[in-house]
Design a protein around this ligand. Sequence first.
Ligand code: GLC
Length: 664
Amino acid sequence: MLNVKGVKDTRQVQSIALQSRLKIPLLFGLDVIHGYKTVFPIPLAEAASWDMELLEQSAHIAAKEAAAAGIHWTFAPMVDIARDPRWGRIMEGAGEDTYLGSLAARARVKGFQGTLGSTDAVLACAKHFAGYGAATAGRDYYAVDMSNQMLWETYLPPFKAAVDAGVATFMNSFNTLNGIPATGNVYLQRDILKGKWGFKGFTVSDWGSIGEMVTHGYAENDTIAALRAITAGSDMDMESRAYLKTLGTLVKQKKVSMALVDDAVKRILYLKYKLGLFDDPYKFSDEKREKQVLNDTSHKLIARFCAERSIVLLKNERNTLPIQSTVKTIALIGPLIDARADLDGSWAVQPVDTAAIVTFVQGLKNRYGNHVKFLTAKGCDVTGASMAGFDEAVNIAKQADLVLMAIGESGSMSGEAKSRSDIHVPGVQEQLFAKVKATGKPVVAVIMAGRPLILDSIADKADAILYAWWLGSESGNAIASVLSGNYNPAGKLPVSIPRNVGQLPFTYAQLNTGRPVMEDQNTTYKSAYIDVANSPQYAFGYGLSYTTFAYSDLKLSRSFMSATDTLKVSFTLTNTGDYAGEEIAQLYIRDRVASVARPIKELKGFIKKKLERGESETLTFAITKESLSFYNSQLNWVVEPGEFDIMIGSASDKILLRDKIFVK
Ligand code: GLC
């Protein structure tokens, strides 16, 4: 069952199940995506930390709270690669990059599942299999069309990482993949997942996706839909009831073999057994543990730790931040200054303790007490055209030494079925920003959203910009900690922020084309727009710190390597600024010539390192066959001989060290 939660209710429902003929215990499933009672930052925000231990710890706390509340199974992690922020579910994953997304998938599976069978772990569920994030035009549930080479190279690896991490279950996706609904897709579920990858867990359909195959026009009725789904390898029908209504008849008619049903049932029973539910069906329904775990205040501290590290500093001119001690009056302006439930973002469906959420204003007051005078004005709503509040906002800005603006989407503008065709900051917030900026005061824009937003004039004119996503229960405290410099921000974008929606879908890992834009060429005939640059507003992997870092002394352990060698790439990182801080140094490669055109750069490693002021350290990446491999047109995972660029930088568009290697 899903959406039954809490020890009392799960115990009661389980007791009913145990009156059945075979007394097979129920599994209780729930969307515990980024926290149960303690809400962590949305997964896309946490991905900005590039800290896999943090992702694992966050998922572990979520599992601990959910398991204490009688939940056995979470429908997470969502591991869909997404390169189109019009798609509202981009908030649920780890962004645009396959390498980062695969590490995140592994970390989250480990965090949720821990040691399966213990009462602080739940079954995880890799979803949505597969290609869901590539919905045409970013419109949720819409068709997905891509080559098998793209599918294998970009969208499947995070799912394979989940399998390798021992994920217990999979959920298939709503979309068609090249015309075949994923739920009835033999290639995906039978050939790849259960065949090539040898997956031994079970797959569940997504909501009514079995029945939706009729709506797709892929099955005449529920009976045919059930036949196609069970044949393709969908073991459990979440909500369409097609199996309930028709599978028995299909078996009697010998249209579905009992062996298929036995295989599906065995996969499900095995996991119930592995959780220990046959020994003790009430194992997860312990009132005392529920009370103790759900009131463990240490979880909030961990949530705040995660939230601080999810924030990305995009701009900081004239050292506007951290807030200087000379600042005595601060104007807090924008429709999100008092936002509360919004701060949890989408998929915070649990008994969320909304009253416990720390708002933007509250976080700043917690941090500064009476040392700073705060003036507040919303100025406008998140959406709508009313500018009636502008004057009040401008008026308090004029009285302040510094303006902090909390602007962006509402929490319900991203998530499932929340695609936007225009991803600007909504309503009249940009106009409010312009009016406030026109006062001449320094303005910090704190952007809150579940997706990258088009920032336009805000990017041009703000003195500083923090991307604060949706940070969960401890939002206000984490934002105040970064603004005040208590925590020196280190987040880097897990997804590009485009200049306009016309650039979408967008990724840094682009092919070169036959007519790339060349700085030194002024030709008309190049792969470019006539009205906007090809570059994003802010690049994948970009994020600033209050300090600065220098990269030097790139050294390769060898210039020639065979496919079996390991190449060591070392360089020196130095903190050249005024604060201790963490840097996420990134390694990119480029295969210059191959049997399939290769991207101009691909992330193949990163190191997050804290350095004190003036401190230097030599850091080393290892490049192996895995780093240089790709799927050729026959879908073989190969390394081809030739020249590779090795690039190290602080962002995908900030390459600071480069060299070449030759693979024999
Ligand atoms: C939804 C979502 C899926 C979720 C499921 C159960 O439609 O697509 O991610 O786990 O239904 O709520």
